[in-house]
Design a protein around this ligand. Structure first.
Ligand code: AMP
Ligand code: TRP
Length: 329
């Protein structure tokens, strides 16, 4: 029997986890757990590229781990750990840094976006973010990286630096493939369907958070921006209703034609209520499990410790190999 493929992905403990994170990333991680050898990481070292309150960051790191388990990440099937627990991540990032050209790093659009949003804190770590992300992935000799489509460029850079290193110094890293599931890959803001739903946007009705109460979810969906047209069809040129329909599509598992047949003549009000119902139903058990887990932080910390212990040897092996190949004692 051939060994299962290795999957690695990460999520930052900044802001609150929202429906975009769930549909674009976490739901896929949960759905693929049985088929792969899974490693999931709360990337707290990436989070400090943006200013964080230290106490809050510690709490959010644990809370996010708790939420991932509540969403269905099963510690028996997946290793879940905190990035800062394994020092090989920043150590390998440095070696990679010395093998990434400024020109390639300067092309990264996430850096440009985040610099615009945080003009007073354009730090070197923010620029260097993709090297740390490449280290996260390459340390574990990963086959697949399931992410939302916004991360595609970072994975391309990861592949390029890995191939260059292997070519220049000898075989060291497995070349990972991005795994971007089309449905849910890019959930847009409810208040502005032209920008992706994000943890940092400030609009009150921008995102549905996984811990939102049912009445809050209903209000946000009712207020979601649509257009003056009233037919309900999948049309990318009508981004507001298209975004809502895509969310409905992933959560209901129905195909586009049957969704259009069901709602095309019913008007936005009926469709929005149906969407709110399906979102609320999906989040209810997650919220209940989250509350149970939150009351047992010791258990969460134990899972995280076990996760780190399980993956540490792989990280150590890869790092030592890279160090040796490049001539570091
Ligand atoms: P982050 O919130 O930046 O830590 O992202 C964690 C994961 O969620 C990554 O795989 C992202 O690609 C994914 N993600 C973030 N925002 C969205 C969105 N609006 N739609 C789909 N996926 C997203
Ligand atoms: N950059 C990713 C994001 O913002 C998070 C991340 C960090 C990640 N390291 C990773 C994702 C490694 C996949 C693999 O969403």
């Amino acid at each position: 029997m051939c060994a299962k493929k290795v999957v690695f992905s990460g999520i930052q403990p900044t802001g609150n986890i929202h429906l975009g994170n769930y549909l674009g990333a976490v739901k896929n991680w949960v759905d693929m757990q049985d088929a792969y050898d899974n490693i999931f990481c709360v990337v707290n070292s990436h989070a400090i590229t943006i200013k964080q309150d230290p106490k809050e960051l510690m709490q959010k790191t644990i809370d996010l781990a708790c939420m991932l388990i509540a969403c269905g990440i099963d510690p028996m099937k997946s290793s879940l750990f905190i990035q800062s627990e394994i020092d090989y991540h920043p150590a390998l990032a440095w070696i990679l840094d010395c093998n990434i050209f400024m020109g390639d790093m300067t092309r990264m659009t996430q850096f440009k976006d985040k610099s615009k949003k945080n003009p007073k804190n354009i730090n070197v770590g923010l620029f260097n973010y993709p090297a740390l992300m490449a280290a996260d992935i390459l340390l574990y000799q990963v086959d697949l990286v399931p992410v939302g489509s916004d991360q595609k460029q970072h994975i391309e850079l990861t592949r390029n630096v890995a191939m260059k290193f292997n070519r220049d110094f000898g075989e060291c890293f497995k070349i990972p493939e991005p795994l971007i599931i089309k449905e849910g890959a890019r959930v847009m803001g409810l208040d502005d369907p032209l920008i992706k739903m994000s943890k940092s946007a400030t609009g009150k009705n921008h995102a549905i958070f996984l811990l939102d109460e049912p009445d809050v979810i209903l209000t946000k969906i009712k207020k979601a921006t649509t257009d003056s047209n009233s037919s309900i069809v999948f049309d990318e040129n009508r981004p507001g209703i298209y975004n809502l329909l895509c969310i409905y599509e992933v959560l209901s598992g129905k195909d586009r034609t049957s969704i259009e047949d069901e709602f095309s003549t019913k008007g936005y009000g009926v469709f929005k209520n149906a969407l709110a119902d399906i979102v609320i139903d999906r989040l209810k058990p997650i919220q209940e499990r989250y509350r149970q887990l939150k009351s047992d932080e010791k258990y969460i910390k134990e899972i995280l410790q076990n996760g780190a212990n399980a993956v540490l040897p792989r990280a150590r092996d890869t790092y030592n190999k890279a160090k040796d190949l490049i001539g570091l004692l």
